[in-house]
Design a protein around this ligand. Sequence first.
Ligand code: CS2
Ligand code: MN
Length: 365
Amino acid sequence: MPMQMGFRWYGEGNDKIKLSDIKQIPGVTSIVWALHHKMPGEVWEVEEIAVQKQLEPYGFNMDVVESVNVHDDIKIGKPTRDMYIENYKTTMRNLSKFGVKVICYNFMPIFDWTRSNLFHPVGDGSTALFYEKNMIQDDYNAMAKYILDFTEKYNMSFPGWEPERMAKLDQLFKDYAGVDHEKLWANLKYFLEALMPTCEETGIKMAIHMDDPPWDIFGLPRLLTNGENIDRFLKMVDNPYNCLTLCSGSLNADPNNNVADIVRKHCDRIAFAHIRNVKHFPNGDFSEASHRDCDGDTGILDILKAYHDCGFEGYIRPDHGRHLWDEGPGNVRPGYGLYDRALGIMYMLGVWDMLDKLEGKKTTV
Ligand code: CS2
Ligand code: MN
């Protein structure tokens, strides 16, 4: 099977981008989707999943889900985790009825991706997600307030920043008090070992997303942060269904992480590739950038070359893009506009097609 190009779409009524717009981007075969109204821990029912069949008339498959979020009780290791794991398995079985092949998820305590500015000027008139190190130190309430003020004002919700969970932030921090790195590793192992038989039964790969940013924030431990920890993760549950969503931008927010090396080492365990470019500043701040190699420091060309060399056959998508032209607060999901991601796809396919051609192969995507 050739590599498959995906595009993340938040669903009818929840995303300003239309499927007919995505259809016009060359090479896209897969819509990366989720049931965004579901809270972590809830079962995704068959009738709810069936709505996604709306993708089929466009010729898109629904092979990749991003994300089925993991309930905090599983990450904390509370006794109720077994019930939430059972729900997760039911969701997997329901998803498999629709041909889903990969579930992307993350295991970050409390917060998903964290940024201090959602519309930071890049310098060319466009804006991008930005991380100002000094702003993300100890005031987690201020962080959550920034995001929730935004989502409330523009009547949207961000996965991983559900207002229902954010309302209980102090309690959540208390619940995580005893959860250090080792405890979190053990809880991740428990979760995955419980799921592996269901993966084997359904054929679904579990693909963990890298932590973003790849370091502890607000005193909360983070695990998927560098090559060494990725090695540990894959060995810990050494099963072909235990896979990675290798997110280049999340990992390379730490400039010490060489993503191309990780691709070469673990190509067969990467079920889903996210391509995102970031630009580093000497004080530790970073900005997201266009996918073009020289616009950031992530090494996009090396990464694509590494995927090509190893004959990557998984799913790939452009990750966060800048907000271009008339995209701005209120009419775009931060990081998930139409234009820059479409440009990113053309850049990635341009590189890929040329690599194919140099090897005398016919373009496969
Ligand atoms: C992000 C995340 O990098 C990304 O793709 O937008 O929110 C990501 O979807 C989750 O961490 C995956 O569970
Ligand atoms: Mn990503």
